[in-house]
Design a protein around this ligand. Structure first.
Ligand code: PLP
Length: 439
């Protein structure tokens, strides 16, 4: 960047801060973005003029443009073109329109712990609890906490601190980013009593543990993100329930993904209703995986047990926030959330959309399997289609506006429309054209 000649001294013409702040568009932006962010934008534009990057008479325009584009949060919306439905790095489940509306409604003062009829304090999250119970009547009661891990911590602390939690060696899993369920349980002061082997654990293994140890709970974990195949055997929840009943030990099933009812598309994915009917006293699940709601941990099951957990002091430390409670109520009581739509997207319709995108960009359409993601149903492909672009387009798509996350696979950039609302197809096309033009 060449410096402007000293004689012109353009700096004398750079608009002053107070003059810029007084512009109607800028004072409007101050209400939206706050003083600090606005002053920073003003400073940046003045600095650009000082360095000769823009002429002084462009400062005003630069400030107004920058403020219009300025986001209130650094979180950037991303169009998920990976075909992975529950994408952990993209915040797992996108909220439904109903959940979004509920979040907005709950964002101010709200009757989350107040009975407007009597004016008295009410039970926090009662409406969400009712909605969950309605969506999963097999549960005697329901409690929502911060996330699945918190639900597990609460359950093991309340039921087994200082005692043993019996768990099969085939279910001692690491979920992602080094998060091991077993370490989490051990951190609560419960002792792990491992039984069986990686591939086979029998009822007698559990029976020996329960007979010979001070057992607070039997835990069955769905090994969400991997499969053991071949010479395997596990003990059913029904067998464990009978064993537990005989020794007064509750059986907890951590099902992971949070389906409340079976989904025929995912026959191996556990669901809360089936687990409770089969014999689990308590089911633990995440709210933002296949359930398609906000980040949450669900505890569903025996009413006395759920109440015991709700009354434990730790429950306060892991309690759900009012926005998540509202979003969960709207998710389980409202229309099918996006996760469900994307999971069940019609392959023929995906092909029509992909072909239209391929024709408009001049790139081939290839078969492409989507994935459940989020550690769910690891072996299940979701047949679909993708437009295959040169691999070099991937970064430009990610950095474009809107940001698009494609899948980079075998030296190609694959754009899969499964997890993109059809109304956004035109935006994807525009983003691809931009990314290719930038080459
Ligand atoms: C995802 C998962 C968890 C953790 O749930 P978060 O909501 O991520 O805290 C626990 N157990 C299983 C089996 C899971 O799949």
């Amino acid at each position: 960047m060449s410096k402007p000649p000293e004689a012109a001294d353009p700096r004398r013409h750079i608009p002053r801060t107070d003059a810029l702040l007084a512009l109607p568009a800028v004072s409007e932006a101050r209400k939206r973005l706050g003083d600090t962010a606005v002053r920073e934008v003003v400073r940046d534009a003045q600095e650009a003029a000082r360095r000769g990057v823009i002429p002084p008479n462009d400062v005003e325009r630069r400030v107004v443009e920058a403020l219009t584009a300025h986001r209130v949060s650094s979180a950037r919306p991303v169009l998920n073109a990976t075909g992975v439905v529950v994408h952990t790095n993209l915040g797992r489940a996108p909220l439904s329109a109903a959940a979004l509306e509920a979040v907005v409604a709950a964002s101010g003062y709200v009757d989350v712990e107040l009975d407007l009829h009597t004016g008295q304090r009410s039970k926090r999250g009662a409406a969400t609890r009712a909605a969950l119970w309605q969506a999963c009547p097999a549960a005697g009661d329901a409690l929502m906490v911060n996330n699945g891990a918190a639900a597990l911590v609460l359950a093991t602390t309340a039921l087994a601190a200082g005692r043993a939690v019996v768990i099969s060696r085939g279910e001692m899993i690491e979920i992602g980013a080094g998060f091991r369920l077993t370490e989490l349980i051990a951190s609560t002061g419960a002792r792990l009593h491992e039984v069986g082997t990686t591939n086979r654990t029998h009822l007698r293994d559990y029976a020996e543990a329960v007979a010979g140890d001070d057992v607070g709970a039997i835990l069955k974990v769905h090994p969400s993100n991997f499969r053991v195949e071949g010479f395997t055997s596990e003990t059913s929840l029904t067998e464990l329930r009978d064993l537990g009943r005989a020794h007064d030990v509750p059986v907890i099933a951590d099902i992971g993904s949070g389906l409340l009812q079976p989904d025929p598309l995912l026959p191996d994915e556990p669901d809360a209703t089936t687990a409770l009917t089969a014999g689990a006293d308590l089911v633990i699940a995440s709210g933002d995986k296949l359930l398609g709601g906000p980040q949450a941990g669900l505890l569903l099951g025996d009413a006395a047990l759920v109440q015991r957990l709700a009354k434990h002091p730790l429950a306060r430390a892991v309690r759900a926030d009012k926005l998540a409670l509202a979003a969960m109520e709207a998710t389980v009581g409202g229309p099918r959330p996006p996760v469900h739509e994307y999971l069940h997207a019609d392959a023929d319709r995906l092909r029509v959309r992909a072909e239209s995108l391929g024709a408009a960009t001049g790139f081939p359409v290839v078969e492409h399997d989507g994935r459940v993601g989020g550690g769910g149903a690891p072996g299940v492909p979701l047949p679909g289609w993708a437009v295959r672009l040169p691999v070099g387009a991937a970064q430009r798509l990610r950095l474009g506006d809107p940001a698009v996350l494609p899948r980079v696979h075998e030296s190609a950039c694959l754009v899969d429309l499964r997890c993109i609302p059809e109304a956004d197809d035109a935006r994807v096309l525009a983003a691809i054209k931009q990314a290719l033009a930038d080459q």
